[in-house]
Design a protein around this ligand. Structure first.
Ligand SMILES: Nc1nc2c(ncn2[C@@H]2O[C@H](COP(=O)(O)OP(=O)(O)OP(=O)(O)O)[C@@H](O)[C@H]2O)c(=O)[nH]1
Ligand SMILES: [Mg+2]
Length: 292
């Protein structure tokens, strides 16, 4: 049996979550066109007859401007320490901005599979240039141009990763898919709708907490609280006559139902938590407890 930890690392917005979802075959991580969509380390497990691939999706590498970012970097640093293989995701036309993270990867002896993603929107010539560039930076890396969105070369990435996995008994029960709960996925789906429906700083000032998750026979009843940082943001979230929050609720409920396979009643509330992104107690309450 082959089993091991494949930790996905890269800049914001390069398609790390899209790739993990494609590899695992489930929409575990939320995906948006905005940077800093993923804030946690999210495990996705692909079980085969004779292998178990344990992926970790991580936040994009950011410069820490607040304590939330420090926690996000903590998840990345954790993923740098416990990998059997690094799955480094890059996209056309970009270099890894954070030298510290790149240096740690260069200086370790953990195998690297480096994906040049989004080749569906690039020219072959540029792909060749990027391949040469990355091979010179990380000589031991196996480089695979791909399109996570179009699923081009996703099977090749999986097969290549499998070659690097150590012989091990499975770490998790073989019907397990993730380390996160339905509560977590529900809160992430709501946050995805907020990222997609509001502009500028609003989505970044928002965190979602599940207040109640009651599973009844035919329906799940969920109460979620959308936390913002300031009173003025509360009105923006709610929108004129409550139209905006209603839209978010409808969109989120549909996706939660698709994910859980159950009818869902979703009730949304908005509250202010002053400056929560810099408050360690609040961050811990929201599930940011990276110890690195
Ligand atoms: N054209 C194209 N777009 C892609 C591809 N893969 C991902 N995207 C898009 O890139 C954007 C970011 O994708 P994500 O998977 O959320 O990226 P991420 O690296 O997880 O981003 P963060 O969590 O913010 O760090 C989304 O709009 C995706 O649809 C691809 O292969 N081709
Ligand atoms: Mg992501």
């Amino acid at each position: 049996m082959k089993s091991g930890f494949i930790n996905i690392i890269g800049n914001p917005n390069v398609g790390k979550s899209t790739l993990m979802n494609a590899l695992v075959g489930e929409n575990l991580s939320i995906i948006t066109y905005k940077a800093q969509t993923t804030r946690h380390r999210i495990m996705g497990i692909l079980n085969g007859e004779d292998f178990q691939m344990i992926f970790s999706d991580t936040p994009g590498i950011v410069n820490a401007a607040n304590r939330l970012h420090e926690q996000m970097l903590g998840f990345i640093n954790g993923a740098l320490k416990d990998a059997d293989v690094f799955l480094l995701v890059t996209e056309i036309g970009e270099k890894l901005k954070n030298e510290q993270v790149l240096d740690k990867i260069i200086n370790s002896d953990i195998p690297v599979v480096l994906v040049i993603n989004k080749i569906d929107i690039s020219k072959q010539e540029i792909v060749n240039q990027m391949t040469e560039y990355w091979q010179s930076i990380i000589p031991r890396a196996v480089i695979i141009p791909a399109s996570a969105k179009e699923r081009f070369n996703v099977d090749k990435i999986r097969d290549t990763l499998l070659e690097f996995l150590p012989e091990n008994p499975p770490y998790f029960p073989q019907d397990e898919l993730t380390d996160k709960s339905m509560r977590f996925f529900a809160s992430e789906i709501i946050r995805e709708k907020i990222l997609l429906n509001y502009k500028k700083e609003i989505p970044y000032s928002v965190e979602v907490a599940i207040d109640e998750y009651k599973e009844e026979k035919d329906i799940d009843r969920i109460s979620a609280i959308i936390y913002v940082e300031r009173e003025s943001q509360k009105n923006i979230i709610i929108g004129k006559g409550g139209q905006m929050i209603k839209k978010v609720g409808i969109e989120a409920r549909k996706d939660i139902e698709a994910f859980s396979g159950k009818h869902t009643y979703l009730n949304l509330f908005v509250k202010v938590k002053d400056n929560w992104r810099n408050n360690l107690k609040d961050l811990k309450y929201f599930g940011y407890d990276s110890k690195n």
